[in-house]
Design a protein around this ligand. Structure first.
Ligand code: DAH
Length: 498
């Protein structure tokens, strides 16, 4: 039930639907920010309790060499803008690059062609409308998504390019790898920028022998290798209520053939990744045994596929969701001018896979420029049989600091759409932490919240863990950062420190 809550292959939490901060794109963090707007933006379909929207004094922002006009929707902080050019999926020997290479090896040309350089700046149409996202989908909210202006954003997923690639119709299958952007909480597996690979495989009814798509798909399925792993797949290929077939477009036999081809293809991808992960672990420790790989298919929901599934892998005692996929909604093909095609698509987050593959303990490491990090992977891109787990540097001590504050008195719980009301959005809080302390914030957890019985004011308490991955942070530095966080929260969110 992924997208019922929000669009995500890396986390499943429901999110708030409004945002309050935007900030300057120049180096002087937040210095140019000013509160200007206390009104509801009525033109958007999402019921937004708008509040302390903050604007920059400049009206353009430059991303990868192109200048874009900003408006009151602009909410991308400098620490995100600065990282856009890094494109980790294109940096040879980087674990994200290596993970992409492994995935590509399972989907070879000429059936599949690869798109690795699409611009991260896309329109709301590409990211949402072209995929059938409803106008009030929570993923569209400023609290979840980085906007340049009301019509333009940093893609939140590689699916943003699906319609365009279907329209270009260059090959039967394709893979897209790219950096994607989401406003999110802070912990060891969430970062506002991460990477995905998108894939799809289509068949053309007008081109297959005798116009029999089912036979063509089943014949392609037979050409795929078998694999030895245990797969749990207890549900039928489609289910009228829970996971419906697109009745107007696909016969039951077509859906069964597409889903069988999809599942085998993605199981082969997971086998390839985990076989390499095991070989890497054995290279580091010849006595490593590990557990046999187990995977299972779970019914899911995405606006752009039906039926839909997630693939989960049993890892370290837990079922871990690794990808989302399904039978492509026929409207996508129709709107892309290729109505005779039918097929499947999937999307997978690369950080989570790379963390398993290389035993990387913290997502911040992917962005490290420390030679103790990148030297460990040198030469691996040219020899995928030389992969080895990451050896962490010594673990530096954490400094935990608590903070508690009253929300502005105009605070309302969700649901109220009256003007001049303040709605708490945790992602705004998280973004301020990242903007002040960067990658030195390891995580931030809600400790407590309560509403004062007399005044009705709401209090929040968080514990923030400061820890550098690269050196020991002194208590003095942590205190300094914490003080800056306090000041920034007061200035940007109007809270009152307790
Ligand atoms: N875009 C989805 C996400 O980020 C993942 C996904 C699911 C991609 C299903 C697909 C798909 O192509 O068919 O959560």
């Amino acid at each position: 039930m992924l997208l019922a809550r929000r669009l995500c292959t890396s986390c499943l939490r429901a999110k708030c639907t409004t945002s309050s901060i935007a900030n300057s794109s120049n180096g002087n963090r937040f210095a140019l920010l000013q509160q200007i707007n206390n009104s509801i933006i009525l033109s958007r379909a999402i019921p937004v309790v708008h509040h302390r929207a903050i604007s920059t004094s400049r009206d353009t922002v430059e991303i990868n060499g192109t200048s874009y006009k900003t408006d009151s929707w602009f909410n991308i902080p400098p620490n995100v803008i600065d990282k856009i050019p890094r494109r980790l999926h294109l940096q040879k020997d980087h674990p994200i690059y290596i993970t992409r290479q492994i995935i590509e090896s399972v989907f070879p040309p000429p059936t599949y062609n690869y798109h690795n350089e699409f611009n991260p700046v896309v329109t709301t149409h590409q990211n949402f409308d072209s995929l059938g996202f409803p106008k009030d989908h929570p993923g569209r909210a400023k609290g979840d998504t980085y906007y340049i202006n009301g019509d333009t954003l940093l893609r939140t997923h590689t699916s943003a390019h699906q319609a365009d690639v279907f329209r270009a119709n260059l090959s039967e299958g394709y893979l897209i790898s790219a950096d994607v952007y989401r406003r999110d909480e802070i912990d060891k597996s969430h970062y506002p920028i991460f990477h995905q690979v998108e894939g799809a495989r289509s068949w053309d009814r007008a081109k297959v022998a005798n116009g029999d798509a089912t036979a063509a798909i089943l014949s392609d399925l037979e050409k795929l290798p078998d694999h030895p792993i245990e797969v749990q797949d207890p549900n039928p290929p489609f289910h009228d209520e829970r996971n419906p077939r697109q009745e107007a477009h696909h016969s039951p036999a077509e859906v069964e053939a597409i889903s069988a081809h999809l599942k085998r293809s993605l199981e082969l991808m997971v086998v390839e990744i985990f076989t390499r992960a095991k070989a890497a672990a054995v290279r580091a420790d010849p006595n490593y045994v590990g557990e046999p790989l187990q995977v299972r298919w779970v019914e899911a929901y995405f606006p752009f596929t039906s039926p839909s599934w997630e693939l989960e892998v049993y890892y370290d005692g837990d079922w871990l969701e690794v990808l989302g996929c399904g039978v492509v909604k026929q409207d996508l093909y129709i709107n892309a001018g290729v109505p005779n095609q039918l097929g499947w698509a999937f999307g997978v987050g690369l950080e989570r896979i790379a963390m398993l593959l290389f035993q990387i303990p913290d997502i911040r490491l992917f962005w490290s420029q420390d030679e103790r990090w990148y030297n460990q992977f040198k030469g691996m891109s040219d020899n995928l049989d030389s992969l080895k787990p990451f050896v962490p540097f010594s673990k530096y001590p954490a400094c935990a600091k608590d903070i508690s504050f009253w929300l502005p008195s105009s605070f309302v719980e969700s649901g109220d759409t009256k003007a001049n009301k303040y709605k708490w959005c945790e992602n705004d809080f998280m973004e301020i932490l990242r903007s002040v302390a960067g990658d030195v914030v390891e995580d931030a957890k809600l400790l407590d919240q309560f509403t004062h019985p007399k005044t009705g004011r709401k209090s929040m308490a968080y514990r923030i863990n400061y820890r550098s991955l690269e050196r020991t942070l002194s208590n003095k530095e942590a205190n300094y950062l914490h003080e800056k966080v306090r000041e920034s929260l007061v200035e940007k969110l109007g809270v009152e420190i307790r």
